[in-house]
Design a binder for this molecule. Structure first.
Ligand SMILES: *[C@@H]1O[C@H](CO)[C@@H](O)[C@H](O)[C@H]1NC(C)=O
Ligand SMILES: *[C@@H]1O[C@H](CO)[C@@H](O)[C@H](O)[C@H]1NC(C)=O
Ligand SMILES: *[C@@H]1O[C@H](CO)[C@@H](O)[C@H](O)[C@H]1NC(C)=O
Ligand SMILES: *[C@@H]1O[C@H](CO)[C@@H](O)[C@H](O)[C@H]1NC(C)=O
Ligand SMILES: *[C@@H]1O[C@H](CO)[C@@H](O)[C@H](O)[C@H]1NC(C)=O
Ligand SMILES: *[C@@H]1O[C@H](CO)[C@@H](O)[C@H](O)[C@H]1NC(C)=O
Ligand SMILES: *[C@@H]1O[C@H](CO)[C@@H](O)[C@H](O)[C@H]1NC(C)=O
Length: 419
C-alpha cells in the first residue's frame, strides 16, 4: 500500500517539475536513416531534402516565432540496435519529433519508445500496413504504402488483378535472403522453382541490390523474355531516378520490367527539381522520397507552429519509472517525456497543406489522402512512363490529380495503360 502511494507521489512530482527545453530558441527534430547501406539512395536524397527544408523553414522567422529548427541526423547503418541507441539519444536531448526510421522493422521497435515518451515518429519509408495506428498512435506514415496486401488497395495488388485476367494469379511467394547476403546461387535456386510453377507474372519486392541480382539471374535463365511480366515495387524506380543512366549491363537485364514510383504532381516537383542540382551538388538524382522528406519536415514545422500559436511551451518531464529503474551508465534518467507530445501529434494528424507532393492531409484511418503511383517501364538505360495508379481512378493514362474533385470512377473502360 505504502509503496503504491509513494510511486504515485513521485510521478506527481515528475509532472510538476517539468523542465523547459534546454535551449528554448531551438526546436530539435531527429532523423534516423541508414545513409550508407541498403536503400542508401533513399536516405541520401532524404538527407539533402531535409536540409533544404530546414533552411527554408529557418529563412522565415514567422514560422517558429524566431526559433530555429534543427534536424539532427543519426545513421542507424541498417542495424536495429544502432537505431534504438539513436532514438534514445534523441529522446534524451529534448527532441519534439523524429523523422524515420527507414525500415518498418525498426519502426515497430521505436514505436514503443515513442508511445511512452510522446515523441511523434514520422516515416515516409517504413510503410508496413501492420504498423497500425491503434497499436502505435505516435507513429505516422507520411507517404502512401507501396505493398499493402492487408487492405488490397495498393498498386501492385491492383496491377496483379489486372494482369491476372490475361495471365495467372500470384501462386507462389519466393523468399530471398536480404541484402547483402543474397547470392547468385540462392537466387537461381528460387527462380528455378518459379520457372517450374509456370508463373508468368512475377512481383519483385525487395531492396535494390538483391533486386538487380534477381534480374541478372532471371536474364541468364531466359526469364526476361516474352511470356513473363515482371513488376518491381518502388525500389527499382528509385534506382532509375537516382542512378541514371543505368550501367549498360544492368539496363540489359531489367529491360521491359514494369515498376511503380510514388506519384507526385508535376507542378510542385518541377520547382524543386530546378533547385536540386545545386542542393545536391549533382551528387545524386532526385527521387520521390526527397519530396516526401521535404514535406515531412514541413509537417513538423507547421505542427510546432500551431502548437506555439496556442501559447503552449515546449517542455519535457522526467519519467519517474526510468529514474526508479536505476539508469546507471545508460543514464536512463535523462530520457524525458515530451509534455506537449499529444498536442503536437494531433496537430500533425490535422496537417492541411500543399507540399511538394501535392495536397497533404490524412483521412480517418490516418492514411494520406489520394495515394497514387506512377507505372513505369524500363526502356534502354532509362524509363518510359506508361500510366498511373490511384486509389481514386485505378489504372489510367491520365494523372490522378485530374480526377480529384470529381466522383471516383473505377469504370473498367477507364482502366488501361499506355503500351
Ligand atoms: C555499417 O555496417 C557495416 C556492416 O555491418 C560495417 O562494415 C560498417 O563499418 C558500418 N559503418 C559504420 C559507419 O558504422
Ligand atoms: C554541396 O556543396 C556545398 C558547398 O561546398 C556544401 O556546403 C554542401 O554540404 C554540399 N552538399 C552536398 C549534398 O554534398
Ligand atoms: C511559458 O513560458 C513562459 C516563460 O517561461 C511563462 O511565462 C509562461 O507562463 C509559460 N506558459 C505556459 C502556458 O506554461
Ligand atoms: C543523467 O541525466 C540527468 C538528467 O538529465 C542529469 O541530471 C545527470 O547529471 C546525468 N548523469 C550522468 C551520470 O550523466
Ligand atoms: C484545408 O485548407 C483549405 C485551404 O486553406 C480549406 O479550404 C479546407 O477546408 C481545409 N480542409 C480541412 C479538412 O480542414
Ligand atoms: C480509397 O478509396 C476508397 C473509395 O473511394 C476510400 O473509401 C478509401 O478511404 C480510400 N483510401 C485512401 C487511403 O484514400
Ligand atoms: C465513368 O467513366 C466511364 C468511361 O469514361 C463513363 O462512361 C461513365 O459515365 C463514368 N461514370 C461516372 C459516374 O462518371
Amino acid at each position: 500500500m505504502n509503496l503504491v502511494l509513494l510511486l504515485s507521489i513521485i510521478s506527481l512530482f515528475a509532472g510538476v517539475f517539468s523542465k523547459a527545453a534546454l535551449k528554448p530558441d531551438v526546436v530539435n527534430v531527429g532523423a534516423i536513416f541508414s545513409f550508407n547501406t541498403i536503400n542508401e539512395k533513399v536516405a541520401k536524397v532524404a538527407k539533402v531534402a531535409m536540409k533544404a527544408a530546414e533552411d527554408d523553414i529557418n529563412s522565415d522567422p514567422s514560422i517558429l516565432g524566431g526559433r530555429r529548427l534543427s534536424i539532427a541526423l543519426h545513421d542507424s547503418n541498417f542495424s536495429s540496435f544502432l537505431g534504438i541507441i539513436g532514438a534514445l539519444q534523441f529522446m534524451e536531448t529534448d527532441t519534439v519529433a523524429i523523422i524515420g526510421p527507414q525500415s518498418s522493422m525498426l519502426a515497430h521497435v521505436l514505436s514503443h519508445l515513442a508511445n511512452e515518451l510522446y515523441v511523434p515518429l514520422l516515416s515516409f519509408t517504413a510503410l508496413d500496413p501492420g504498423l497500425s495506428t491503434l497499436q502505435f498512435p505516435f507513429f505516422v506514415q507520411t507517404a502512401p504504402n507501396d505493398i499493402d496486401d492487408d487492405q488490397s488497395r495498393n498498386g501492385i495488388v491492383t496491377l496483379d488483378d489486372e494482369l491476372a485476367e490475361r495471365c495467372c494469379r500470384i501462386s507462389y511467394k519466393a523468399v530471398l535472403p536480404p541484402d547483402p547476403t543474397a547470392t547468385s546461387s540462392g537466387v537461381r535456386r528460387e527462380l528455378t522453382k518459379v520457372q517450374m510453377m509456370e508463373s508468368r507474372v512475377i512481383v519483385l519486392h525487395t531492396f535494390s541490390k538483391t533486386g538487380l541480382l534477381v534480374f541478372e539471374v532471371a536474364k541468364s535463365l531466359g526469364m526476361m523474355g516474352k511470356g513473363y511480366v515482371w513488376i518491381a515495387s518502388t525500389w527499382l524506380s528509385t534506382v532509375l531516378d537516382s542512378a541514371s543512366p543505368l550501367k549498360p549491363e544492368t539496363a540489359n537485364s531489367v529491360q521491359g520490367a514494369l515498376n511503380l514510383r510514388l506519384h507526385t504532381p508535376d507542378s510542385e516537383r518541377s520547382l524543386f527539381l530546378s533547385r536540386w542540382n545545386q542542393l545536391s551538388n549533382g551528387s545524386i538524382g532526385l527521387n520521390p522520397y526527397g519530396l516526401f522528406a521535404y514535406d515531412t519536415a514541413w509537417m513538423i514545422a507547421r505542427a510546432v507552429k500551431s502548437f506555439l500559436d496556442r501559447g503552449t511551451n515546449i517542455s519535457f518531464s522526467n519519467d519517474a519509472r526510468l529514474s526508479d529503474a536505476g539508469g546507471m551508465d545508460l543514464n536512463l534518467s535523462a530520457l524525458s517525456i515530451f509534455d506537449g507530445g499529444k498536442q503536437l501529434l494531433k496537430n500533425i494528424i490535422e496537417t492541411n497543406m500543399t507540399g511538394l507532393t501535392g495536397p497533404v492531409r490524412f483521412d480517418q484511418d490516418r492514411s494520406l489522402i489520394n495515394p497514387s503511383h506512377d507505372v513505369i517501364n524500363v526502356v534502354k538505360t532509362g524509363y518510359q512512363q506508361i500510366g498511373f495508379w490511384s486509389n481514386y481512378s485505378g489504372l489510367s493514362i491520365v494523372p490522378p490529380e485530374t480526377f480529384y474533385g470529381k466522383r471516383p470512377n473505377r469504370s473498367s473502360s477507364n482502366q488501361h495503360l499506355d503500351r
